[in-house]
Ligand binder design. Structure first.
Ligand code: FES
Ligand code: FES
Length: 152
């Protein structure tokens, strides 16, 4: 079945089953491989994208549930004010280790900053708790979010 979805401001027609996860559509149909597969069951956060600005796990979001809502992925988050600040801080503080979890981390952090200009430690922990990093970059992630928010 054909679905028309809005990804990063562009309309795409995709011919997939309605229950196909958005993650597969992004990676395998549209070739946008910045969004990562980790667990496939909403437990790791590697697949995080925004739907109308809200962070969602694309591994459990079926394409038929999107409707007209706008999907934003790691490929375009740098074009948003919050995403640009987050990405700069990530580079400044050299947050990334292996990198596998980082697109999901950046998407969650960008959504936090866009909705809360001055997040507290508790806000950061709450927003980022679903994003797992097996390299343990959590301390640098928190610092980078604070830098992006102008708190340090
Ligand atoms: S791959 Fe979606 S949360 Fe892990
Ligand atoms: S940087 Fe390696 S899993 Fe997070």
């Amino acid at each position: 079945m054909a679905f028309t979805i809005n990804v990063n401001g562009q309309m795409h027609s995709v011919d997939v089953d309605g229950d196909t996860p958005l993650l597969w559509v992004l990676r395998d149909v549209l070739g946008m491989t910045g969004t990562k597969f980790g667990c496939g069951v909403a437990l790791c956060g590697a697949c995080t994208v925004h739907v109308d600005g809200v962070p969602v796990r694309s591994c459990i979001t079926s394409v038929q549930r999107l409707g007209n809502r706008e999907v934003t992925t790691i490929e375009a988050i740098g074009a948003t004010p919050a995403g640009a600040r987050i990405q700069k801080a990530w580079l400044d503080l050299e947050v990334v280790q292996c990198g596998y979890c980082q697109s999901g981390q950046i998407m969650s952090a960008s959504a936090l900053l866009a909705s809360n200009a001055h997040p507290t430690d508790s806000d950061i922990d709450g927003a980022m708790s679903g994003n797992i990093c097996r390299c343990g970059t959590y301390v640098r992630i928190r610092e980078a979010i604070k830098q992006a928010a102008g708190a340090i």
